[in-house]
Design a protein around this ligand. Sequence first.
Ligand SMILES: [Fe+2]
Length: 211
Amino acid sequence: MSQAPDHTLSSLFVTEVYRADLTDMPDFQTFLEELDDTCRAIADEDEAGQNWSQQKAYLGYTSYGSLNDLPMRASIFEDLKMHLDAHALRFAEALEYDVSGGDLKLDNLWINILEPYGTHSGHIHPHSLISGTFYVHIPDGASALKFEDPRLTSFMNTPPRKAGARRDHQPFVYEAPTAGTLLMWESWLRHEVPINLSEDVRISVSFNYSW
Ligand SMILES: [Fe+2]
């Protein structure tokens, strides 16, 4: 007769990261190629964005500081938005957010083309609820996304975790995307893009939802 366990463990204040694979959607390859081409074309044309990226020492191009109307500029971003809206709603439901008092809406969407050896240091996305990234072009060696335990500053006398500790016990967690991966997290969760060790650009589209 097996003995009843003498204790229970509860997971409290859980941090959840949402991952979806959009490669199963109809005509995914056509969608991805058009999105890839459009990101590169906009990057080539957008001088304000090129200048902004240079001023901010972003190795590559981002439209973050220059364009806030991508779905109006190119219908492929409108298609992407349709998918993002559906997934953001699913994530909000999984988090059991009651957003009935507001309107969950995409309020920022931007292109990132990160050159080899480019990085994006640790940051959060203020004034937003849900943030995320859709991955367009992820060559071999391209950076994963690194998440940081939001309680790090409270770990005053905490020992390091054992080698091989469970993923949800690690202070830093890496999510390695492939083309077609969608990642979402709560906007307060600090994250970074470590150095891009690929010899090719890494292309993604990031976004914020507010309510
Ligand atoms: Fe970010």
